[in-house]
Design a protein around this ligand. Structure first.
Ligand code: SAM
Length: 279
């Protein structure tokens, strides 16, 4: 089933939360000259036109990146992420939004490598056009879990796997937990970032519990609420980080309260930022 298309949601509050953390992880990897690998299970189409039919139909970006774009003062920790958005928009007008593959590419250096999985034929076509003749990026039209597992451990042997499914089917939460444990076995020194929605069904709790009980060390959790639970639908965004780079926790703790203030409803809960499993 491939009905989900990220164009309806690109640049929403969850993308801001997810992409800011992905940016920080890749910036940390860039602090050393050693090259890195970036693998992604669910890529989407890499680059989004915020004036197209999909974006305008939901207008979700208005509650996410547009608020950030219009903010008078932005914390210094957001400088890198804001530059990526500014670079995607030539004249001071917010018209485009870079998805996670475009963000990873923009932060990569000559020796870094990207392997990107996507199943939707239309999204794959756009990905292949975006990365046309780019020797550092491999676009695979295949199941993201199997595709990434087959490439682990990657060369270069430091880096990040982003797991960002649409969770259209309830069983996906369990599938993610199982696959993360398998991926970590194959690449114990890799970093893994798993995005999940905060919904009243709370299926993410079981997913987190399985990963936490698996024996994997260094698991950090960031959850950002933007609406009160009672309004229904997705009221927040979660990122589970396995083996994240040093000091990401401090950045998350200092910036998510500001993000909640900017993007969230006055009745939304305070952000959660905690180590679920330490060293
Ligand atoms: N990661 C992207 C970003 O942040 O810019 C957004 C990805 S979107 C949430 C999820 C994508 O996963 C959709 O484009 C969908 O077509 C794709 N997809 C769904 N099932 C998949 C699977 N089993 N393997 C690979 N891609 C899949």
């Amino acid at each position: 089933m491939l009905s989900y298309q990220h164009g309806y949601h690109a640049g929403n509050f969850a993308d801001v939360h997810k992409h800011l953390i992905v940016t920080w992880i890749l910036e940390s990897l860039n602090a050393k000259s050693k090259p890195w690998s970036y693998l992604e299970t669910h890529a989407g189409c890499a680059f989004y036109d915020l004036s197209d039919e999909q974006a305008l139909k939901t207008g979700e970006f208005q509650e996410g990146v547009a608020k950030l774009w219009g903010a008078k003062k932005v914390p210094a920790e957001l400088t890198g992420y804001m530059s990526l958005i500014k670079n995607a928009n030539a004249n001071n007008n917010l018209a485009f939004y870079p998805g996670s593959p475009a963000i990873a590419k923009a932060l990569s250096r000559d020796a870094d490598r990207l392997a990107i999985m996507e199943l939707h034929p239309g999204e794959v076509r756009k990905l292949k056009a975006y990365f046309y003749q780019d020797e550092n990026v491999a676009v695979h039209q295949r199941d993201g879990y199997e595709g990434v597992l087959a490439l682990l451990p990657p060369k270069p042997n430091r880096g990040l796997v982003l797991i960002d499914p649409s969770y259209e089917v309830k069983t996906e939460y369990q599938q993610v937990a199982k696959k993360v444990v398998q991926m970590h076995k194959r690449w114990p020194n890799g970093s893994f970032a798993i995005w999940y929605p905060l919904l009243s069904a709370e299926l993410h709790k079981e997913m987190k519990a399985v990963i936490v009980k698996s024996g994997i060390r260094r698991i950090y959790c960031s959850e950002l609420w933007v609406k009160p639970e009672a309004v229904g639908g997705m009221f927040g965004s979660g990122m589970l980080l396995v083996n994240p780079p040093w000091q990401i926790d401090e950045k998350i703790q200092s910036v998510t309260p500001w993000l909640r203030q900017l993007l969230g409803h006055v009745c939304a809960k305070e952000p959660l930022s905690e180590w679920l499993v330490p060293e």
